[in-house]
Design a protein around this ligand. Structure first.
Ligand SMILES: C[S@@+](CC[C@H](N)C(=O)[O-])C[C@H]1O[C@@H](n2cnc3c(N)ncnc32)[C@H](O)[C@@H]1O
Length: 373
């Protein structure tokens, strides 16, 4: 039997060949959303589909970036306050987590919520993370299940931490006053950018005539609409970096927000080291809320905007400062990063949408910023 190695170089090469094939099959050009989808999610080869460690605290662990639940369990404990209230308010006992990463948040929520949760379902495009999650969550195995496809009908509280930022985006570029879609082509065996005139435009006008690069988020918006159809009762809690559309499409943000992460270093070139680094874009939260609110749904099942605020406000409302007082010093220092303005406190936003009648959500009691959307 021949040993199968996952040597990063060969893995990248195989993925590049697969993407090159896709470009050829599409007539020489694919939109960036398709490129991002292939780079991150091609089965067995994409960044999220492979065995790279990805999430962790330090580059020494082989990880590329750190997320809030990886920093400290106090994150999940605070989130559990909101999830518990949402379960009570919607009369449901199920949690659905999309993009569960290493399983850290699932563990924190399951530990904190106890009997309030009867079933915890993990949905992830990355099959390779499942084994890692199963091992970590063994103590809660009787409540857990993993799904690759969504059922016709769902109920419960849906959670996604840094989920939307990992969904493929389309790139739009204004040059000479004309909007183009930026895609990927091949030149001399390498990936190159190629812009094509396009009827697509940002959701609001971008003042000025200057050259401008940005993203639109049709997949993330479609994700919310799919949930809108399937979720009969419950709520959707999303935590991610991003802004409302006026800030997103501000004339000065002319370089967009697309970013790659590898070994805790950020760079802006997704065409290099394909499959070996994360590719991500900020979230336009206005687009997410509009996708939900403009959806035609049966009476009583319409989405309600229950709150939108910064991660710092949300976690304070959910009692993080009190939990920090009881925690050891090292834990407190980690939790402080979740709140600090120049770390994750201001850049990360929390959005809560509910189905049916609106209710007052604890996480947004102070500092709600829904008016900024
Ligand atoms: C940046 S990671 C965040 C992981 C984890 N939530 C955390 O906070 O550590 C994004 C995750 O979302 C998953 N993902 C992206 N699109 C998805 C989708 N449509 N459905 C389910 N999972 C998805 C990816 O596979 C990846 O595991």
């Amino acid at each position: 039997m021949r040993a199968v190695t996952t040597e990063p170089t060969s893995l990248t090469t195989a993925l590049q060949a697969r993407i090159a094939q896709a470009i050829g099959a599409a007539g020489g050009w694919i939109g960036f959303d398709r490129f991002m989808e292939l780079a991150l999610y091609t089965p067995g080869l994409g960044y999220y589909a492979g065995d790279l460690p990805k999430f962790g605290m330090l580059p020494g662990s082989g990880s590329d970036f750190v997320t809030a639940p990886e920093l400290t369990p106090l994150f999940g404990q605070a989130l559990a306050v909101q999830v518990r209230q949402a379960l009570q308010q919607t009369g449901t006992r199920e949690v659905w987590e999309f993009g569960a990463g290493s399983g850290a948040l699932a563990q924190q929520l399951l530990d904190a919520l106890g009997d309030a949760v009867q079933r915890y379902t993990i949905v992830d495009l990355s099959g390779s993370l499942r084994a890692r999650q199963q091992e970590r969550l063994a103590a809660h195995a009787h409540k857990l299940r993993w799904l690759d496809a969504l059922p016709e009908a769902m109920e419960g509280v849906v959670v996604g931490n840094e989920l939307l930022d990992a969904m493929p985006v389309q790139l739009l570029v204004r040059t000479g006053g004309v909007w183009h879609e930026r895609g990927v082509a091949l030149a001399q065996g390498a990936f190159v950018w190629e812009d094509r005139p396009s009827p697509l435009q940002p959701p609001i006008p971008v003042a000025g005539e200057h050259d401008y690069l940005t993203e639109i988020h049709l997949q993330a918006e479609a994700f919310v609409r799919t949930l809108g159809e399937k979720l009969r009762r419950g709520a959707l809690l999303l935590i991610d970096y991003g802004f409302g559309e006026r800030e997103y499409y501000h004339p000065q943000r002319h370089m967009g927000t697309l970013m790659c992460h590898r070994a805790h270093q950020a760079d802006a070139n997704p065409l290099a080291d394909v499959g070996l680094k994360d590719i991500t874009a900020h979230v336009n939260f206005t687009g997410i809320v509009l996708a939900a609110q403009e959806q035609a749904l049966p009476a009583g099942q319409e989405w309600q905007l229950l709150g939108y605020t910064t991660q710092a406000h949300f976690l304070i409302n959910c009692g993080l400062p009190q939990a920090m007082e009881r925690a050891p010093l090292a834990e407190r220092a980690m939790a402080a990063k979740l709140l600090m303005e120049h770390e994750m406190g201001e850049l990360f936003q929390v959005l809560l949408l509910g189905k049916g009648q609106p209710w007052d959500a604890v996480g947004f009691a102070q500092g709600d910023r829904s008016h900024r959307l």
